[in-house]
Write a protein that binds this ligand. Structure first.
Ligand SMILES: Nc1ncnc2c1ncn2[C@@H]1O[C@H](COP(=O)(O)OP(=O)(O)OP(=O)(O)O)[C@@H](O)[C@H]1O
Ligand SMILES: [Mg+2]
Length: 402
């Protein structure tokens, strides 16, 4: 091989994955400044609306929420992160957040003291601090069905205690709750009820949530208070931002992208952050040991990316889909191939399947809840990840073929 070589000790800087911090986070300045503005309001004793980031799978909600929490921590806030799942009770979520945040608080602050002396029982969940400042969480056995009726009061008490300490510190408390759309209705109601009641005080508690685009609707079903939240949608990156996300990390390590190679990756990724990391990462590998990434390197990386998607992002969605969900996805993909559009009407999908629209609405809703498809406008549906339609067509021959 001719041309300049890279330092063999260099490590691939790109970060394809779920919640993996990108080497350079681009295009999220607006959302970060919204968080910053809310933090300043809280510190001034005002009450900004709670914030929730919304967006499709892989668009960068988790990494942004973590980045925002890290920024608040630097301001002396108590903040932690919890990924909600359906079986995560609100008490577990709050305990996890505090356990995550407690360890990183400056020792002499009031907030740290409040956490060190804390015990709380929220529903069937008790959490309490050990002398070393770590927080243990225990769940009482044999209590099915989520938060107990008094859970809201216990959560409110916790918010008030922590709020008081945060006020003394001139700081705040941020509850980083990811995958909010999947929180059970009664847990979400408890949380929202406590947040709403806490608003009557000079609250220091700020919800910093994230979830799929269905989150506003889901939360509002639990309590209309959620309609007053500030929802910040995350979109795909612009071409300019995408270029930065790919070029800057390698440039910092002395590895350059040829202009054509860079444009090819940008075209392949469609501004989708996860794809940018994945194509850039695989191209980085195929270009070694050169100090320049060329178009040939990108072409060689494409089958590696496809393999990775087939076994990862696409494959797992397909594996988790029921037979009827698969048939729905296939009908949708075939329809889109025929029309050449990126969007389908759910009525046409039902017709293709020879079924009534109402028969299929539960299937459609389930696929939306899983983040496999989404509805950009009433009666329309779309795949949530670029390229998934082609994958489904390829799989459809396995399902329906001879
Ligand atoms: N602003 C950004 N700039 C560059 N890369 C990014 C950016 N945001 C996210 N990424 C990359 O995109 C990928 C997905 O990010 P992340 O897991 O945060 O998405 P998500 O929206 O939480 O997805 P999911 O809904 O599946 O949880 C990661 O590989 C991450 O490094
Ligand atoms: Mg996420």
């Amino acid at each position: 091989m001719n041309g300049p070589r890279r330092d063999p000790a260099l490590v691939n800087p790109y970060a394809p994955g779920a919640g993996t911090k990108p080497p350079v986070m681009v295009g999220r300045e607006t959302q970060l400044s919204v968080v910053d503005g809310a933090a300043r309001q809280v510190e001034a004793g005002r009450r900004p609306p709670h914030l929730v980031l919304t967006g499709l799978r892989g668009v960068g909600k988790t990494v942004l929420i973590r980045e925002a929490l890290a920024g608040l921590r630097e301001r002396g806030w108590l903040c932690g992160y919890c990924e909600v799942r359906r079986d995560v009770e609100v008490g577990v979520a709050l305990g996890t957040i505090l356990a995550d945040g407690a360890a990183l608080l400056p020792r002499r602050k009031k907030l740290a003291a409040a956490v060190r002396h804390m015990t709380a029982t929220i529903g069937s969940v008790t959490f309490s601090a050990a002398p070393d400042g770590t927080i243990g969480i225990s769940v009482a056995p044999n209590r099915e069905g989520g938060a107990a009726p008094d859970a809201y009061r216990a959560a409110l008490r916790l918010f008030r205690d922590l709020g008081q300490a945060a006020r003394d510190d001139g700081a705040g408390v941020a509850l980083g709750l990811d995958e909010l759309q999947s929180m059970r209705r009664k847990d979400a109601t408890t949380l929202l009820q406590a947040l709403e009641a806490d608003e009557a005080e000079d609250t220091r508690i700020l919800l910093l949530g994230a979830g799929l685009p269905t989150t506003p609707t889901e939360l509002s079903k639990s309590r209309t208070y959620a309609e007053r939240f500030r929802y910040e949608p995350l979109d795909d990156l612009t071409v300019h931002e995408a270029r930065r996300a790919v070029e800057e990390p390698s440039k910092a390590l002395g590895v350059a992208w040829e202009a054509d190679a860079l444009e090819r990756v940008i075209g392949l990724a469609h501004g989708y952050p996860y794809f940018l990391q994945l194509y850039a990462s695989e191209s980085w590998e195929t270009s070694a040991p050169s100090a320049v990434v060329t178009s040939e390197d990108v072409e060689q990386a494409i089958p590696r990316v496809k393999r990775s998607l087939d076994h990862g992002l696409y494959g797992t969605r397909w594996q988790r889909a029921s037979q009827l969900e698969r048939q729905y996805l296939i009908a949708m993909a075939q329809l889109m191939t025929k029309t050449g559009a990126q969007v389908a009407r759910s009525g046409d999908v039902a017709r293709t399947m020879g079924r009534d629209l109402s028969d299929l609405s539960a299937i459609r809703d389930r696929l939306i809840q899983k983040g496999v498809i989404h509805s950009p406008a009433s009666g329309r549906i779309q795949f949530s990840v670029p390229g998934f339609g082609e994958f489904v067509i390829a799989r459809s021959t396995d399902e329906t073929g001879p």
